[in-house]
Ligand binder design. Structure first.
Ligand code: HEC
Length: 123
């Protein structure tokens, strides 16, 4: 009897832990954190700061906030080519090219990876 309850507890605890894991989304950055985030690559960082940042680092602009997984994960699931396309064509509140006229498609990929907080693929 005592042993049965012990195992029941372990099972429920384990199940909670597992469901917690699959749903765990890192918390969104605070407004100050969002403003301070910067891509590691200096070239990408300067493109980011002259274009995407004005909307994507400011809460309330309608743009998914930089590194906010709750906002980005469903969009990321569309796949990078679709996302690049949406930036190039413009998408709802976002102007075509995301206001980066000098960005190459590779730049846009790197910028989107940074915004969505998705690591670069292994070379
Ligand atoms: C003028 C404001 C503005 C600028 C500048 C801007 N964006 Fe956006 N972006 C938005 C808004 C608003 C949305 C959300 C559109 C919606 O879903 O309603 C968005 C959405 C996105 C999405 C998601 C598209 C999808 O399919 O869900 C990506 C990717 C993106 N932006 C990338 C970028 C990149 C990269 C830059 C810089 C080169 C950039 N944005 C610059 C406003 C902006």
């Amino acid at each position: 009897m005592v042993q049965g309850r012990f195992f029941g507890g372990v099972l429920i605890g384990g199940a909670l832990l597992l469901s917690g894991c699959s749903k765990a989304v890192p918390p969104a950055p605070t407004p100050q954190e969002a403003l301070a985030l910067r891509p590691a690559d200096p070239r990408i960082a300067s493109l980011y700061e002259s274009a995407c940042k004005a909307c994507h680092a400011v809460a309330g602009t309608g743009a998914p906030l930089v590194h906010d997984h709750a906002a980005w994960d469903p969009r990321w699931k569309q796949g990078l080519p679709v996302l690049v396309d949406h930036v190039l064509q413009g998408y709802r509140g976002m102007p075509a090219g995301g206001q980066c006229l000098t960005c190459t498609p590779q730049d846009h990929q790197a910028l989107i990876r940074f915004l969505a907080d998705q690591p670069e693929p292994k070379p």
